[in-house]
Design a protein around this ligand. Structure first.
Ligand SMILES: [Zn+2]
Length: 456
């Protein structure tokens, strides 16, 4: 008897243990998960009713069904719904109301999203979630008006534009070009007005720029900047490279950089210096000179650039250089500045003040200060023998900033003078020409201010 009773309770105990185990298993299994679906719409508080809203539903056991209802002053209307025999872990749909559903005078709409998952929880009904999204309707596109701009732009040169861009819920304002570069405008003179310098890189065949303004509701507008395009061809130079040069200057230079110090082959070494080290040095220059301040400016005045007294041009800007060794092409590069030379260790005194944004050694460019003159316009001074300024300094017009030299990739003492607009190298000669500045910068600003004052 004792034995029997014992085996009986073992059966009962085992039965309960299995039952509890099964319950725990089911409770923890994905089939019976208890989490409601996640509902998300990545969009701000404004909507133009034209651009689609991206709705995302997610759930561990999968979405079984969903419904999207639009609530307006006129009532409710179903915009989308679906149910799945095989629940899907992620459902993504675009929500767009049919035309005319929302009255012209309505200022707000509500979206009610309901979703049910495929869980067996809740007596096989699954978990449901409901989420409401309220949108303020903004159907009006931003307004963009180009007020004034330089008459023309040359390949490798620059231009100026002043425009008006307004919207109650403005999001982004930028200038898009045909070659992918985006220029960032600066708020100018009065609320709603902007100014920007533009640049046409020497290596791009064509130039086209338009102002783009977007608002928080998804409205977008474009305005073409009407610039007359003038092509300019840049010099092509074929340079013979001598053994003396490869084993002298290039070997010395290569020994200064970790990347090239161990290369023994003179030609490979030259190629690495002329291409890899140059690319690294230029990437730093482009990064530093791409910045444009956001603060509103009242004016932009610039003097004719003339950094080196009695400086004679010894190499031109934009020169495409091909290097040959014993008749064979071994490397190429572009010369993105103007080389000026006077006497050795001559004083460099720029005609325009500004902020020193860099003052250090930069590979092929040697000791190199860079000055920001505002509006994303930068000047660069390469190969200096000594620097008289430090990063962060504010320099005045005609202040001595450095002395010419031959540090970096330079054979004789000279100044490599570079001008950049938002990270793009441009022809320094334009900014060294008083007439060009008057016509393309000063007059454009004067005209724009007159128009702004008139319209207020
Ligand atoms: Zn140079």
């Amino acid at each position: 008897m004792r034995k029997r009773r014992n085996s009986g309770s073992v059966v009962v105990l085992t039965f309960f243990a299995v039952l509890i185990g099964a319950a725990v298993y089911l409770y923890n299994s994905a089939m019976f998960e208890r989490e409601a679906p996640k509902i998300d719409i990545k969009h701000g508080a404004y909507w133009n009713l034209r651009s689609g809203l991206h709705l995302r539903l997610e759930d561990g056991s999968g979405i079984k069904s969903y419904k999207v209802v639009l609530q307006t002053a006129k009532g409710e209307r179903e915009l989308a719904s679906s149910s799945y025999t095989t629940p899907s872990k992620k459902v993504e749909i675009e929500i767009k109301p049919p035309r005319g559903v929302v009255g012209a005078k309505e200022k707000q709409v509500k979206l009610i999203v309901q979703a049910q998952d495929g869980s067996k929880w809740n007596f096989f009904n699954g978990n449901t979630a409901t989420k409401e999204f309220v949108f303020t309707i903004d159907r009006r596109r931003p307004k963009v008006n180009v007020l004034a701009n330089s008459y023309k732009i040359e390949r490798g040169g620059s231009a100026l534009v002043v425009f008006k861009a307004t919207d109650e819920n403005i999001d982004q304002i930028y200038i898009k070009t045909s070659f992918g570069k985006v220029f960032h405008p600066t708020p100018f003179y009065k609320e709603g007005y902007f100014i920007s310098l533009l640049a046409w890189p020497t290596n791009k065949r064509n130039f086209r720029a338009e102002v783009i303004a977007t608002d928080l509701a998804g409205n977008k507008v474009k305005a073409y900047i009407p610039l007359y395009l003038k092509n300019r061809n840049y010099k092509v130079s074929n340079i013979k490279v001598s053994d003396r040069f490869l084993l002298g200057k290039v070997a010395d230079l290569a020994s200064e950089f970790d990347e090239t110090a161990d290369i023994q082959d003179p030609i490979k070494r030259f190629k690495a210096v002329n291409e890899d080290i140059r690319a690294k040095n230029e990437a730093l220059i482009h990064k530093i000179t791409s910045k444009v301040p956001d603060e509103m400016i009242d004016d932009f005045r610039i003097n004719r650039m003339y950094p080196l007294k009695n400086g004679k041009v010894v190499a031109s800007f934009g020169d495409h250089r091909y290097f040959y060794y014993k008749g064979k092409l071994i490397s190429e590069s572009y010369h993105m500045g103007l080389d000026l030379a006077s006497k050795a260790m001559a004083e460099i005194r720029p005609q325009n003040g500004g902020e020193v944004v860099y003052a250090d050694f930069n590979g092929l460019y040697g000791n190199m200060p860079i000055i920001h003159h505002g509006l994303g316009l930068y000047t660069l001074y390469g190969h200096c023998s000594s620097l008289a300024v430090s990063q962060g300094d504010e320099v005045a017009s005609k202040q001595m900033i450095a002395r010419t030299g031959k540090t970096g990739y330079a054979l004789g003492d000279h100044l490599h003078f570079g001008v950049l607009v938002q990270g793009v190298e441009i022809r320094p000669q334009e900014w060294m020409d008083k007439k060009w500045i008057q016509l393309n910068i000063t007059k454009v600003i004067q005209l724009a201010k007159k128009m702004i004052d008139k319209s207020e």
